[in-house]
Design a protein. Sequence first.
Length: 476
Amino acid sequence: MKFVLQGLSNQILTDGQLTCSYKDLEVFFDSIQGFLASQQITTKVAIALECENSLPVALVLLSLLEGDYSVLLLPRSKEPTTADSFQSDIPAFCHYKLVVENAVTEIAELERPESWLKITKNHGASAYKPDSDRPSLYMRTSGSTGKPKITVHSHQNLLANILNCVQRLKLTQEDRIAIPVPLYHMYGLGAAFLPGIAAGAGIDLQKSANLLRYLQRERAFEPSVAFMTPIFCETLNKGRRSARPYRLTVTAGDRLRPNTLTAYESRFGCLVQLYGSTEMGAIAAGSPDDPQEIRAATVGKPMNNVQMRLQSDETIPEEMKDVGKLWCQHQYGFEGYIDESGNDIPLNDDQGWFSTKDLGKIISDGEIEVLGRFDFSINRDGLLVFFSDVEKVVNTIAGVESAIVVSGAEGARGKELVAYCILESGSENTDTELRAACFDLLPKRAVPDRLSIVKSFPLLPNGKIDRQELIRIAKS
């Protein structure tokens, strides 16, 4: 994957500790690729890279893509890897693992990767060999609803996906982009970081960002564009005392709560929703030129070379005739799944159409409204109850800041319906009072069997709510 980097010397990449300019990238690429060659690592094997939002990791990642290596991105492991013990989370199809092991304190050190980049050989690697003429990027799905899978993307399709994002979000060399979402997930990598690189924008990579850290980096970097999760948008809206306009904020992951967009935009400027997956990359996104009512209600129109269709289902209630399961056909989507050894896993698709597992609507102008995952529902008294519908109503109860609904243990009527609520500051509601209010607002079948007040929701590393953990708690 070749990036056009010439003439982009006016912008920088930084992680708050180290900073380099675009004009220096080729020097770092040559150093990193030369080091790999000295260790006899070629494009004929797959490499795993421990990925975090730091400048050294970003340079390694970019040099691997620029050098047409096939690479798997992984989160940073908590325990160091030794030469004799390869991490159990590294699939057998990867022959090497790269880890930025030593802290880099001076930019000049980045030209000596042998001093900070550790290479560990996987002696138990499988016989898998990537196609060196069609290099791949491997990514694990988030696992928010089950066991993660390994997806395969060609560099060629990934680049086309990246350019879709540049065009839709109108990213340019004049932008300065804050990225507090992780690079080892498709949102952080394929919608934020690589499109920013392709546009020649300035980039601030933020590791383990919380509100205080983000505000400190904001003052230093002065971003014009930010990529955030919906939860972080709400945190910023509540925690930042003064207004601060951005040219654009992009949010993706969990569904945006009602009224969040209008409240956010009144203080921080234009907010668009982006819809995608690890498999399909960026499927749809709003445009900064769309009117606010469209950006608040939808995730915008499909990207170039993306088609969407609805599939009806007999379990969908009659009053939701315009709702169906969302299917996607993307020319630049993934090429399939592989197992830990690199063997192909058969796809359960429909002549090139991929099920997003989401329910949604397609509005007359082509905008897509995503209502939530189809499997976020249970059958109660012979009727389907969607978690998103229950969450929407519980969120309207005075004193409730946010609500998440999951399925619990098996009961007399089937799986229990369990709601978790975060209260607004100063609210003195009890879980009993909140559940009592549900009887006045919801049909009997949709009233949660249990409702618990919590201080926060468990999160996955990509910032999404960890529903599997909530389900585990509900069933315990």
